[in-house]
Design a protein around this ligand. Structure first.
Ligand code: UGA
Length: 429
């Protein structure tokens, strides 16, 4: 099929590449001229495993191209996907100005029937507004359908999640766009559910909020575990074996972050408020999440006492593993709070150091993970990178003035760490 994706961020670029990979012809549009130039020259502005090769392969095969021109995308495709940012506003509500502007641009360029699909995460009832806007600004007065098709990809696993989705959600007002939408997704061999537009939009906010709730739940359990000498991983494992609960997203941590969960929780609370429902449950999810960071910091201060003048090594800056994304990263927040206490920091991340430099100043960026501990008073793990499990613990033990390791991601076995001579403090164990 001939498809256009507007917006080449994490969602748009991965979606475009994966659609091309299964044989569709895809035009990716972005209004950032520099970004389009980079992409046209074979560069990739983000780190996402498997993405670079996939983009290169599909550009070479003539199935994937990049442009600044929305009208070019609209003229040359049957289905147009919106994957533009929907950032938070200071009061927690969603800024829909990018969606509105792109809807007007598409409307102005339409001369035949088009299907306009919203992939960005938006408040329930946004589809109606998009349809109204397109109708108003479409000079050619052609027919169109608006579809809601939320994405469920995780950064760091985005290609995998897109190529092997658990489900595809298609929200429609009429049946007319359904066959085309099914054709787009047929190569992915996933269950497709067709709903009304409002339900599809809600599925996204409800799913992300539920996953965040699951993390806050296990983080709350981790506090009880610490107070009683139980082990949160054993508890999570025993809970997760019940298929109704499931094992995934029960990893206790110093808190969730990123550009999705924090923003989507605030947005959903605000949406509920406007509908006159106080979503206290989700406010508690937020409260537990920020408490988790406070508790982790307290653990560090209780152990090291005064941080002023102390050197701390921090492993991990990205908001999670396998990504260079540092937006709303708990690791960066932790670094800022340690700096506020007067600590000097030596930091490392396998992929996120370049992006971190804009947010985190006055620290020493260390290229090699095993060198981070050199001359430090303690080491902290802030991101769940798999490779941190390969840390040279013997070297770390010798490099630290006293072998103290705070693990905000539970990467190591407490018994083994004790055997190796570490004072080892993790989450809920
Ligand atoms: C999340 C959802 O998982 C995706 O399904 C959704 O499509 C995406 O938001 C979105 O709305 O675009 P993402 O934010 O990329 O994906 O990453 P996650 O893997 O969900 O991790 C979010 C945060 O939770 C990270 O800081 C991670 O470290 C933390 N986390 C995750 C935990 O602390 N414990 C866990 O068990 C899992």
């Amino acid at each position: 099929m001939k498809l256009t994706i507007i917006g080449t961020g994490y969602v748009g670029l991965v979606t475009g590449a994966c659609f091309a990979e299964v044989g569709h012809r895809v035009i990716c549009v972005d209004n950032d001229a520099a970004k389009v130039k980079t992409l046209q020259a074979g560069g990739i502005p983000i780190y996402e495993p498997g993405l670079e090769e996939m983009v290169r392969r599909n550009v070479a095969a003539g199935r994937l191209s990049f442009t600044n021109d929305t009208a070019e995308g609209v003229a040359n495709s049957d289905v147009i996907f919106l994957a533009v940012p929907t950032p938070p506003q200071p009061d927690g509500s969603v800024d829909l100005s990018f969606i509105e502007r792109v809807a007007r641009e598409i409307a102005g360029a339409m001369t035949t029937y088009k299907i306009i699909v919203d992939k960005s995460t938006v408040p329930v009832q946004t589809g109606d507004k998009v349809a109204e806007t397109i109708k108003r600004y479409c000079k050619a007065k052609v027919e169109f359908d608006v579809v809601s098709n939320p994405e469920f990809l995780r950064e760091g696993f985005a290609v995998e999640d897109l190529m092997k989705p658990d489900r595809i959600v298609i929200g429609v007002k009429t049946q007319r766009p359904v066959p085309a939408m099914k054709e787009v997704y047929q190569p992915f061999n996933a269950p497709i559910i067709v709903t009304d537009i409002n339900s599809a939009e809600l599925i996204k906010h409800a799913s992300n909020s539920f996953l965040a709730l699951k993390i806050s739940y296990i983080n709350a359990i981790s506090v009880i575990c610490e107070a009683t000498g139980a082990n949160v991983q054993e508890v999570a494992n025993g809970m997760g074996m019940d298929e109704r609960i499931g094992k995934r997203f029960l990893n206790a941590s110093l808190g969730f972050g990123g550009s999705c969960f924090p923003k989507d929780l605030s947005a959903f609370i605000k949406i509920a408020e406007e509908l006159r429902y106080d979503f206290g449950l989700l406010k508690e999810v937020q409260r537990i999440n920020s408490g988790q960071m406070d508790r982790f910091l307290k653990k560090i201060i209780d152990t090291l006492w005064v941080l002023k003048g102390k050197k701390i090594g921090v492993l991990g800056l990205a908001f999670k593993q396998n990504t260079d994304d540092v937006r709303m990263s708990p690791a960066i927040e932790l670094c800022h709070r340690l700096q506020k206490e007067g600590a000097e920091l030596r930091v490392h991340d396998p992929k996120a150091m370049d992006k971190a430099k804009a947010l985190l100043k006055d620290v020493t960026y260390v290229d090699e993970m095993n060198a981070v501990a050199d001359g430090c008073d303690a080491l902290v793990i802030a991101t769940e990178w798999e490779e941190f499990k390969q840390l040279d613990l013997e070297r770390a033990r010798k490099s630290l003035s006293h072998p103290i390791l705070f693990d905000g991601r539970n990467l190591f076995d407490p018994a083994r760490m004790e055997q190796l001579g570490f004072i080892y403090k993790s989450i809920g164990r």
